[in-house]
Design a protein around this ligand. Structure first.
Ligand SMILES: [Zn+2]
Length: 60
């Protein structure tokens, strides 16, 4: 089984793409390939806030 990893480039942490659980809590999704087989894509989460614009932090 082949697993692809999609990870944020230049993120603050090192993402584990060697098959161990990554600290970012990635999402795994099945993807169907052209030859009909199913592979897995592990989508890693950016920890530098790039995707977290809707924070509720209330800085004030
Ligand atoms: Zn990760």
């Amino acid at each position: 089984m082949t697993t692809m990893h999609v990870e944020p480039v230049g993120d603050l942490i090192e993402h584990d793409t060697s098959g161990n659980p990554c600290v970012c809590g990635p999402t795994e999704r099945p993807v169907k390939r052209e030859d009909g087989s199913v592979g897995w894509v592990v989508v890693h989460n950016s920890l530098d806030g790039r995707e977290l614009h809707e924070t509720d932090r209330g800085d004030a």
